[in-house]
Design a protein around this ligand. Structure first.
Ligand code: PA5
Length: 378
């Protein structure tokens, strides 16, 4: 019996119940959406030295790092051809110059304590941007409560990457609430329903033969996965790369087509001694146009003798979000199965914690908190 079919061993290895948490994603997605539906966007929030006025945004910036930024990428891919204003996912301390009072800035931090996000959040306040936060608490939660800023609170006690549905689902709802894009709620519901159907087939009890996630994990085992997405699957490729890093503890990279046909493809001409260490995972959509279909075919042919393995994941479902989540869900669970197949702990995050701990000594999060507190109305 392959290790991944030994349910008892899997459950033992999964000390923190990550498999169960991921299998509950359909509910988490609906819950995240509900939390945003319940949010009341104020007309104005008073602060020392000038108010924030909530209205029609002329741009949207989603601020966050790592697992908390991933939902922003998904939102961009979900809405790029319908969003009437520029939208950007920002993973850094300082905000771009265009961010001002007409910008909707959504600060996403699962812990609420990430220094880059707190610095950017304090800058958004100073510029009187329309700030909304999504967090389980931390400093971000406290500041929002004190300043009476709109806050979507999500359940705590998870690792940020496990909380993606909670962190993502409020975003489409906010886009609707701010009058930017319609018809997204329905897609969130459809994606949750599709994941619900898929969950049974991806569970640990389902053997490798019938379990797409276990199969993918075994396909990628022993290689460095390079994930290729196109169109609205770009964000999915990026997220899966992160999950292979964070859960499976393997190096992993992503890129998009057609862009990789113009540079990265030459890298695969290198010595097989190197290229054979990688596998290529292509994310596919049945609705991809003829140009992309051809590009994938040609690219696969060029890579065929160079990489350890070529694997494809095909999207299912009708709406765009269903298609995105249908691939995402298989890949997310595959990243857990890959961790178990490798004998590593998907829950641990030693290196991320080490960097955060050392950086904390610079006191940037504290400075950002103090800057925000100076804006408290007297
Ligand atoms: O997945 C993770 O744990 C990380 O990528 C975190 O999301 C990242 O470090 C930011 O932390 P937070 O999500 O708490 O803001």
């Amino acid at each position: 019996m392959p290790y991944l079919d030994d349910v008892e061993a899997l459950r033992k290895a999964d000390r923190w119940g990550m498999l169960e948490a991921y299998l509950r994603w359909p509910d988490a997605l609906l819950s995240g959406a509900r939390r945003a539906e319940e949010l009341e966007i104020p007309g104005e929030v008073r602060m020392r030295g000038g108010s924030i006025r909530y209205g029609q945004p002329s741009s949207v910036v989603i601020v966050g790092m790592g697992g908390s930024a991933a939902g922003g990428d998904l939102l961009v891919d979900l809405t790029w051809d319908r969003m009437p204003v520029p939208i950007l996912v920002w993973r850094d301390y300082h905000l771009p110059a265009f961010v001002g009072p007409d910008t909707l800035v959504v600060a996403v931090s699962y812990s609420g304590n990430t220094e880059e996000t707190l610095v950017a959040f304090s800058e958004a306040l100073a510029r009187r941007s329309m700030v909304v936060a999504i967090t389980s608490g931390g400093v971000l939660g406290q500041l929002c409560r004190k300043l009476k800023l709109p806050l979507v609170e999500v359940p705590g006690g998870l690792k940020p990457r496990m909380a993606l549905p909670y962190l993502f689902a409020p975003l489409p709802i906010l886009m609707e609430e701010f009058g930017l894009v319609r018809g997204l709620r329905e897609q969130v519901q459809a994606a949750a329903a599709l994941m619900e159907q898929m969950a049974t087939g991806l569970a640990p009890e389902v053997p490798v033969e019938q379990n797409q996630a276990k199969k993918l994990a075994l396909d990628l085992l022993g290689s460095v996965p390079v994930v290729y997405g196109h169109g609205f699957l770009r964000s999915v490729a990026r997220r899966l790369k992160s999950q292979f890093n964070e859960n499976s503890k393997v190096p992993s990279f992503f890129n998009q087509l057609p862009a990789m046909n113009h540079d990265e493809i030459l890298g695969w001409e290198g010595e097989e001694e190197y290229t054979r260490r990688f596998s290529a995972l292509f994310l596919r959509d049945p609705g991809e146009g003829p140009a992309l279909r051809e590009r994938v075919r040609i690219t696969k042919a060029l890579l065929a003798d160079k990489v350890a393995k070529i694997v494809e994941l095909w999207a299912m479902g009708v709406s765009r979000l269903e298609r995105m989540f249908s691939i995402l869900y298989v890949g997310e669970l595959a990243s857990l199965y890959l961790a178990f197949a490798r004998g590593v702990d998907p829950y641990s995050m030693r290196s991320i914690d080490a960097v955060k701990r050392e950086l904390a000594e610079l006191g940037l999060a504290e400075e950002a908190r103090a800057r925000a507190e100076r804006l408290f109305p007297s």
